[in-house]
Design a protein around this ligand. Structure first.
Ligand SMILES: Cc1cc2nc3c(=O)[nH]c(=O)nc-3n(C[C@H](O)[C@H](O)[C@H](O)COP(=O)(O)O)c2cc1C
Length: 323
């Protein structure tokens, strides 16, 4: 196989396929399978502050036995946190590929304390899984954007491991956000998190969640942004997540300027061997195209070239429907 080495967040990965934060990275057995199947790195399943709060609230129902409730409250939230931190330590001991931890918090205080504890447990880098969903007419877009930036500033000023931010695609000007994140010392962004969308069941007349697994067609949602962002914002690495199912998908992401890709749904559909299949496809494609390293073609379709701009900037159908 060709040399597939890349650097991401300052870490050396022996290939650009990362298993994204998911059930496949939630326990040591799966993590070992990711490594055996040839992953270049893993992002551990996120720890969710919401879940700690949820368990704590559940325990507050022990109104008749307040001491028991308090005891269980601490015990459960501590054990959820400790399990997560133990997984980081164990993964660092047993895997030789980089281990990236992931956190999702809802309060400023916990963003900092979780970030610090994940660093202390030995994570090589930290992915911030930030999703702030607008639900009020009073909240301005700039207020939400500032929240993202504040979280990142606070964390990068207090931890030393590289920080990446897993973004959702719903920003008015994502290029500005990525540039501002870079100024606050974020080393990478993940484009994009797949949030669970809502659908409507017209018979039951209720909102229902859409399937959580992606398809390859969802990749196009990020290629334009990756292409623009990799040309416009220096000193920040891009990982593509959502819709990378095949070697061809991975090559598209790399050509657009991503340093690496993250995969989850393809493992669910095709098993852990999907990782090696993607690697082999990239390697064969490099041979066919006489590339000896990923650097030789990574970003060659970023939006710097004038010939790419016309396609990138064409977002409407005017020409297609002219008679
Ligand atoms: C069951 C499931 C659990 C997930 N859990 C997390 C999580 O804890 N943290 C996170 O950042 N992303 C999580 N994700 C999102 C994935 O990391 C990934 O971004 C998403 O599935 C899109 O990538 P894909 O097209 O390769 O599936 C989860 C996805 C699935 C399907």
């Amino acid at each position: 196989m060709k040399n597939l080495e890349v650097t991401y967040l300052g870490l050396t990965l022996n290939n650009p396929i990362i298993v994204s934060s998911s059930p496949f990275t939630s326990n040591i057995e799966s993590l070992l399978r990711c490594e055996e199947a040839g992953a270049g790195a893993v992002v551990l399943k996120s720890i969710f502050e919401e879940q700690v709060i949820g368990e704590t609230e559940f325990m507050s129902r022990y109104e008749d036995y307040p001491e028991a409730g308090d005891y269980l409250k601490h015990h459960l939230s501590d054990s959820y946190l400790n399990n997560h931190l133990n997984l980081i330590s164990e993964a660092k001991k047993r895997l030789s590929i980089p281990v990236i931890a992931s956190i999702n918090c809802s309060t400023d205080k916990e963003w900092i304390s979780y970030a610090k504890s994940n660093e202390e447990a030995g994570a090589d880098a930290l992915e911030l899984n930030i999703v702030i969903m607008p639900t009020s007419t009073e909240t301005k877009a700039s207020d939400i954007e500032q929240q993202y930036l504040n979280i990142v500033s606070q964390i990068t000023s207090q931890v030393n491991i590289p920080i990446s931010v897993k973004l959702i695609c719903k920003f008015t000007n994502i290029l500005n956000i990525v540039n501002e994140l870079q100024k606050r010392n974020a080393k990478g962004v993940v484009m994009f998190n797949k949030i669970i969308e809502s659908d409507i069941d017209i018979n039951k007349r209720e909102l229902v969640a859409t399937p959580s697994m992606s398809s390859s067609s969802e990749l196009c949602n990020s290629l334009r942004t990756v292409s623009l962002c990799s040309a416009e914002v220096d000193n920040i690495d891009i990982a593509v997540s959502t819709g990378v199912h095949t070697g061809e998908d991975a090559i598209k992401a790399l050509l657009a300027g991503a340093k690496c890709v993250q995969v989850c749904s393809t493992i669910s559909a095709n098993g852990f061997e999907a990782i090696n299949n993607i690697k082999e496809f990239i390697s064969d494609w490099m041979v066919d195209n006489t590339h000896t390293s990923i650097d030789q073609f990574c970003g060659t379709l970023s939006c710097k070239g004038a010939e790419n701009n016309e396609i990138i900037q064409r977002v409407q159908y005017i020409k297609n429907f002219q008679q």
